[in-house]
Design a binder for this molecule. Structure first.
Ligand SMILES: Cc1cc2nc3c(=O)[nH]c(=O)nc-3n(C[C@H](O)[C@H](O)[C@H](O)COP(=O)(O)O)c2cc1C
Length: 186
């Protein structure tokens, strides 16, 4: 399975980026190819200008196009996903997510915004052609405690929700890859 992850936090020590890496470890070597895209590391001026000819941006777009599974992770900012994520999603071609599995992940300070992925991000994923969206996983900061040695410690409930979201991937083979014309959801 070709996996591409998009991490959309501007922070260097990002909880949502850490959650992305943790999710990938739960897939236990199912990735044949893996691309991590840290959107904050892309060249800012070219990103804002949607310059898809810039080599790092072109490589990031290609990695999304080649993926079977796209992990989209974001911090919750002002009750929605981050502006960094929107800037990147806006430069993807139409239907960039059609025929792909998509896993939305978010971290937020408040459980009050647990639905932000549903009301803010999912319509955008749908506009990009995503029809196979796995269960979203939202973690509050309290569910991802800082570890003294770096990184974070996920609460057991969070690990259980993540594993449930990833469960449909256990039966993934190139033959079961979602077909673009299919309207079924996982
Ligand atoms: C500018 C800004 C706006 C934020 N707005 C919200 C918000 O509306 N709702 C919420 O639950 N958390 C909010 N937070 C908290 C972050 O979502 C939270 O700390 C998250 O885990 C940060 O993820 P990151 O470490 O990947 O950047 C905000 C944080 C910042 C810096």
């Amino acid at each position: 399975m070709h996996i591409t992850s998009l991490s959309a936090s501007p922070s260097e020590r990002s909880r949502s980026a850490w959650l992305t890496q943790f999710a990938l470890t739960r897939l236990e070597g199912r990735a044949s190819h893996h691309h991590d895209i840290l959107i904050r590391a892309l060249p800012a001026a070219e990103l804002l200008a949607a310059d898809v000819r810039e080599p790092a941006i072109a490589a990031a777009v290609l990695a999304v196009e080649q993926a079977d599974l796209v992990v989209v992770s974001t911090p919750i900012y002002k009750a929605a996903y981050s502006g960094l994520l929107k800037v990147f999603l806006d430069l993807l071609p139409p239907d960039a997510l059609r025929g792909k599995l998509v896993l939305p992940l978010a971290t937020g300070g408040s459980p009050a915004h647990v639905l932000a992925l549903d009301y803010a991000l999912k319509p955008v994923l749908s506009a990009l052609g995503a029809r196979h969206v796995l269960d979203s996983v939202f973690a509050t900061d309290a569910q991802l405690r800082r570890h003294d040695a770096g990184g974070y410690v996920p609460e057991p409930d969070l690990i259980a929700r993540l594993d449930r979201a990833l469960a449909p991937l256990a039966s993934f083979t190139p033959h079961t890859r979602p077909q673009p014309e299919s309207a079924l959801s996982c």
